[in-house]
Ligand binder design. Structure first.
Ligand code: C2E
Ligand code: CA
Ligand code: CA
Length: 687
């Protein structure tokens, strides 16, 4: 065995070899980490291609950087034996391929095992390069430099691959690259000049190193080109998606189809183990009212401004879509925590809360945002959009300016209700509402005096949904404002087609009164229909005024100022205080049907009916009894001095077409009565 003497390493020679070693090592590591993270996001068919490209590149880089590093370390002592180098090169390629194979096979479970295998590849390659150069190969003898270098290489490799696979930010990839470079470099730790046989010094063949340099440049150059082509086509795909999707000519935003395509793309490129993306849904509270009151130009301006403001605030990986009237979705990709999505949502709410100036009018809007996250159960675009929508409905139930995440457990329970709430939002646009009208008659002469408008929802799947089921939901979600405005408009238009003596009564919810612009909506309806304001009666319940009494009184006074009449609905069921009547001059009291149904038998009901009639007489307010189903009830009420009645005895709420027949019949009956000289019109269950 050759005698080894400690000799100084010839640092002064061929610094270029060190530069080349570091260069190959860095380039190979950078590309390998990039490819690795892409590889494990790729669909299975593309995975194999990435695996081979990245393994060949890293394997070759490990081998070449050791060839050059050792040449640098040993200086003229090292030699290069081209035929012997095939073995370390093959070992490098084989072991790195196996390591990457493990990572690709099960990225989550086996990333670190893959890292360990790559470390074995590095150490083996280094040792075989030494063998090929006829140098002495050390194995760890206890805890010596060689052991430290092996362990260090293993630890660095495991950390590098683990980070590459489990994180997705550019700086974590930079750290992974650095760790991999360190792992390759660290393998050379402990090599001494003494390990190289001095006898081979003369055999140094610079030409062979040049060949390695050329081949490696070709390998890395090709890989770099592949990397750029991949990046370019990714950018182009995203760009073409954007171009394809700019369809909304009003705002210039992408539409629903584009949103779906965008989400689909994200589900493919997002690595669920390391990153998430979020879908945020919101619509603009009060948009429809602004549209109705200030005109569609104001509405368009509002949408354009909102779209512009959001677009201006978007950063990389963020995109906004307008999918319908005032419905928007914003997608934020490449996030790592739920908090990233909620912080972003809060930022959007702030943007939306800024008032918008429309020809000297301040338009106030607000929103509530629902968020769904990927990964979480479903990877379908439709599901993620639906989940964000469900969360938004829950956000609206809570408050305006609320941010709510989709929660499968909570939302499953509420799904039915929320699904109904989602449908409710579309019901106006889809013209699923209609009004039915229930006749109101004078108790004394049974003359027709008007109709109460009662809203009906013809749901495309569920059929007729009772207002008792959806009005509370509409109130909770705030949608009652829009629905109520539609009801008033529609009822006024219907009344315009009736004889002028007939009134139309419309139910008004407390939520509608709570808004400032309710009188504007009423005025708008009256002007559009061109009816006498006195023909429009607004029915409110006590709940409509007990919340913010002063505000309610101000609104009711403005309504009376327009000339409308106000009726107190469902009287007897609430708190019913005399003070309310003293402080506000109602035009009518409607006794709840609960007291009419058992009027003949229940003395409590009789007491309440009589007290109400007495109150009406004292304060000079008309009293109408609801739920009159039998003639006997009508007679009792008439005898007691009740002014008006309404109920199945005269007619159930009926669609507009039937109202026309009803009107015709009552006209004929009135004429008949006049012809016979009778001054009492006997009108029965006409239709
Ligand atoms: P309401 O204002 O007390 O309306 C009267 C309800 O009693 C109507 O039920 C009507 O169909 C029913 N009814 C009328 N006469 C009789 C009768 O003789 N016997 C019986 N058993 N029932 C009778 P509907 O249409 O289901 O409406 C229920 C409630 O929904 C209404 O009670 C009202 O509070 C609310 N609602 C209906 N339309 C609207 C609307 O456009 N806006 C608002 N905010 N609420 C509405
Ligand atoms: Ca009513
Ligand atoms: Ca009522």
């Amino acid at each position: 065995m050759e005698k080894r003497m400690p000799r100084a390493i010839a640092l002064d020679t061929h610094l270029a070899f060190l530069v080349l070693a570091v260069l190959f090592c860095a380039m190979g590591s950078f590309l390998a980490i990039e490819f690795l993270s892409r590889m494990h996001r790729a669909r299975s068919s593309a995975k194999m291609n990435w695996l081979f490209v990245s393994a060949i590149m890293l394997g070759a880089s490990i081998w070449a950087s050791h060839v050059f590093a050792i040449k640098w370390l040993a200086g003229p002592l090292s030699s290069f034996n081209p035929s012997g180098e095939a073995i370390p090169l093959l070992a490098a390629l084989g072991l790195v391929t196996a390591g990457f194979g493990l990572v690709v096979w099960k990225p989550q479970a086996l990333a670190e095992a893959g890292g360990l295998l790559v470390a074995v590849g590095i150490v083996t390659t280094k040792s075989l390069v030494l063998v090929a150069g006829s140098a002495f190969v050390r194995f760890p003898l206890g805890f010596d430099n060689t052991a430290v270098s092996w362990l260090g290489t293993a630890a660095l490799c495991v950390a590098a691959l683990s980070m590459a696979v489990r994180t997705a930010r550019w700086y974590t990839h930079a750290v992974s690259t650095f760790l991999l470079v360190a792992a390759i470099g660290y393998a050379c730790f402990g090599i001494e000049a003494a390990d190289f046989p001095s006898s081979t010094a003369a055999a140094t063949n610079i030409g062979a190193f040049q060949t390695v340099l050329i081949i490696m440049s070709a390998v890395l150059g090709t890989a770099l080109v592949a990397y750029n082509i991949e990046n370019q086509s990714r950018r182009e795909a995203i760009e073409s998606l954007k171009n394809l999707s700019v369809i909304d000519s009003l705002t210039g935003l992408s539409n629903r189809e584009a949103l779906k395509a965008h989400i689909l793309t994200l589900t493919r490129v997002t690595d669920p183990s390391t990153e998430m993306f979020s879908v945020l849904a919101f619509n603009l509270n009060r948009f429809r009212i602004i549209n109705d009151v200030h005109g569609s130009e104001a509405g368009d301006f509002l949408l354009k401004t909102v779209a512009g403001r959001i677009t201006a605030a978007l950063g990389p990986n963020e995109a906004v879509f307008r999918v319908g009237g005032d419905e928007f979705y914003v997608v934020k990709a490449a996030i790592h925590r739920r908090a990233d999505a909620s912080t972003f949502a809060t930022k959007l709410l702030d943007i939306l809360a800024e008032p918008i100036l429309w020809s000297a009018t301040k338009l106030d809007i607000s929103a509530s945002i629902g968020i769904s996250l990927f990964p979480s159960g479903s990877a379908k675009a439709d599901d993620l959009m639906m989940q964000a929508d469900l969360a938004m409905c829950r956000a609206k139930l809570k408050n305006v300016n609320e941010v709510v995440f989709f929660d499968a457990a909570v939302d499953r329970v509420k799904r039915d209700m929320n699904a109904l709430a989602i449908d409710l939002r579309k019901a106006i646009d889809n013209e699923e509402f209609e009004l039915h009208y229930q006749p109101q008659h004078s108790a004394q002469d049974r003359r027709l005096v008007g109709f109460e408008a009662l809203v009906r929802w013809n749901h495309p799947m569920r059929g007729m949904v009772s207002p008792a089921d959806f009005i509370p939901l509409a109130e909770k979600t705030g949608m009652i404002t829009e629905i109520g405005a539609w009801v008033i408009r529609e009822a006024a238009l219907a009344a315009a087609t009736w004889p002028e003596s007939l009134k139309v009564a419309v139910n008004v919810s407390a939520i509608q009164i709570a808004g400032d612009d309710f009188p504007d909506i009423v005025l708008d309806a009256i002007l559009r229909a061109n009816i006498e304001p006195g023909r429009l009666e607004l029915e409110i319940t006590e709940s409509g005024i007990i919340g913010d009494f002063r505000h309610a009184m101000a609104i009711l006074n403005r309504l009376k100022g327009l000339g409308c009449t106000i009726a107190m609905d469902d009287f007897g069921t609430g708190y019913s205080s005399m003070a309310t009547f003293k402080r506000f001059p109602f035009d009518k009291i409607k006794i709840d049907r609960a007291f009419i149904q058992d009027l003949a038998t229940n003395i409590d009901s009789q007491a309440i009916v009589n007290a109400t009639l007495a109150l009406g007489k004292t304060l000079a307010i008309k009293v109408l009894a609801e739920g009159v189903e039998e003639e006997s009830q009508l007679d009792i009420l008439n005898d007691a001095g009740c002014n008006e009645v309404q109920g199945y005895f005269f007619g159930k709420p009926m669609p507009m077409a039937q109202v026309d027949l009803y009107l015709k019949a009552s006209k004929d009956l009135i004429r008949d009565a006049a012809d016979t000289g009778s001054n009492v019109v006997v009108l029965r269950k006409t239709v």
